[in-house]
Design a protein around this ligand. Structure first.
Ligand code: BES
Ligand code: MN
Ligand code: ZN
Length: 490
């Protein structure tokens, strides 16, 4: 597992600048005024910093951009990174600035001369989020990145503000590691083990195996894993940081370790991407880890359905009818529409046994959401405007793209089945919406609910604002903020 860069906060010893190893980062406002630390750097390198800051390169740079001076004379450091950032910059620019510093980071340390910048902790957060790599399966020796040292005029205050952010970064890393991990290693059992291993953080983790799920009547969920040799499991993680008796927020995640499509087999090209089909469960796990690490004062329960969708002699066939825990019967027209078959039972269990105040499910549910929204926004579906708007606000603040999509009776009608209570697909049109409608049939009256279709944002081929290519950890930051802002109120 990759742990975030270690960050140390301390006061600047001005005379140590000349001999600092690694890289030195200075923050310069758009007017080009140098603070105490930057002035000393400038003097040591005989004015090279001031010349860079006076150049067109700097004056045309955007907020959060980084320009570098390599191997500066007069300093032991291997480079000076100049971060353009005003004192009143946005949260996003501060984090993006940090992320840009992280891109230059190698095996050496980075010392950020933050002075009295008001968002120093968010610059550090940006460094932490971006300094990630998934190298567990590279046999060549991969050296870890160096450490981040933040010098500030009030280091204790910056450190205190950074602490919860760095806890969330660790949650994001946990999610990314799970999503990046191949399916032969991250089996349902391995996933469950990694969740149980979080008990030392104060989480209460319960694993339910196939006989237990059978006893609960989860015929829909179990039908997905029927063709796989790896056992289907449901894991319930409880974080009781809030008042005793306060109804929790329930987070439900789709955890399909690998999605071949089952008997409705997917084409070969690109099938390897389906190793990320446990992305919803990965986000739920990352949020739970973040909440525990920062000691959130809220009750939150994370539930994940872990399963593998394989074709085999005893796999579910198209046309089979299965019975959900709710009691409704489902005609499985397409075994590749398996995510909803997993979620409907886990969501029903959450409502019956956890009695949450609200429920949010996350799933890499449909390819159609990628056609609609690309890789910029997750699809947001909700039956509750207040909860939904609070989530959208949290996502906006955290720069995690999210876009609300409609629900409606006419879409629900597309799920009518000739022989069962419903079909598991609605047809080609509005594929993401009919998937959401299917889920809504398992949302009890009066339960505020959001469905997040993260198929387009969980893992991407290019780098994003805060992540290198691959798993992004999308949603951990927004959900953590939603909990902080809406569920931790005294
Ligand atoms: N896991 C896929 C959705 C998906 C597609 C996730 C691309 C990430 C990237 C899901 O189980 C699926 O196969 N959905 C089908 C539904 C269809 C059969 C109604 C799809 O989107 O094609
Ligand atoms: Mn599928
Ligand atoms: Zn799937």
């Amino acid at each position: 597992m990759r742990t975030p860069v270690s960050v140390e906060f301390k006061e600047l010893e001005i005379d140590s600048i000349a001999t600092m190893a690694g890289r030195i980062a200075v923050v310069v406002d758009p007017e080009g005024k140098l603070d105490t630390g930057a002035r000393r750097v400038n003097r040591l390198c005989k004015g090279a910093l001031a010349r860079l800051v006076a150049s067109k390169l700097f004056t045309t740079a955007k907020s959060g951009d980084v320009l570098s001076l390599a191997y500066p004379a007069g300093l032991a450091a291997e480079a000076i990174d100049v971060l353009r950032l005003s004192r009143r910059c946005s949260l996003e620019d501060a984090r993006r600035g940090g992320a840009n510093l992280a891109k230059n980071m190698d095996t050496g340390d980075v010392t950020l001369l933050a002075g009295n910048h008001t968002k120093a902790e968010n610059i550090a957060y940006g460094v932490a989020l971006r300094a990630y790599g998934f190298e567990d399966h590279k046999t060549a020796d991969t050296e870890s990145t160096g450490n981040l040292i933040v010098t500030a005029s009030k280091p204790d205050e910056v450190a205190a503000r950074a602490r919860p952010l760095l806890a969330v970064a660790e949650g994001v890393f946990f999610t990314r590691d799970l999503v990046n991990e191949p399916a032969n290693i991250l089996t349902t059992s391995e996933f469950a083990n990694r969740l149980v291993a979080m008990e030392y953080l104060g989480l209460d983790v319960e694993v339910m195996d196939e006989p237990a799920l059978e006893a609960l009547g989860m015929g829909s969920f179990l039908s997905v894993g029927q063709g796989s040799d790896t056992p289907t499991k449901m894991v319930v993680m409880r974080w009781n940081g809030g008042k005793k008796g306060d109804a929790p927020l329930a987070l439900v995640g789709k955890g399909v370790m690998f999605d071949t499509g089952g008997i409705s087999l997917k084409p070969a090209a690109g099938m390897e991407d389906m190793t990320m089909d446990m992305g919803g469960a990965g986000v739920v796990a990352g949020v739970m880890r973040a909440l525990a690490l920062r000691g959130a004062k809220a009750n939150v329960v994370g539930l994940v359905g872990l399963v593998e969708n394989m074709p085999s002699g005893n796999a579910t066939r198209p046309g089979d009818v299965v019975k959900s825990m709710k009691g409704d019967t489902i005609e499985v027209i397409n075994t590749d529409a398996e995510g909803r078959l997993v979620l409907c039972d886990v969501m029903w269990y959450a409502q019956e046994h956890v009695k949450p105040a609200a429920m949010i499910d996350l799933a890499t549910l449909t390819g159609a959401i990628i056609i609609g929204l690309g890789h910029e926004n997750a699809g947001v579906f909700s039956n509750d405007d207040t909860l939904c708007n609070n989530f959208l606000k949290a996502a906006t603040i955290e720069s995690e793209g999210a876009w609300r999509m409609p629900l409606g009776q006419a879409y629900d009608d597309l799920l009518k089945s000739r022989i069962a209570d419903m079909k598991n697909i609605g047809g080609r049109a509005a594929g993401s919406i009919t998937a959401a409608q299917f889920l809504q049939r398992f949302v009890q009256d009066g339960m505020p609910w959001i469905h997040l279709d993260i198929a387009g944002v969980a893992s991407v081929t290019g780098e994003t604002k805060y992540a290198p290519k691959g798993a992004t950890g999308w949603g951990v930051m927004a959900l953590d903020r939603l909990v902080a802002d809406q569920f931790e109120k005294e």
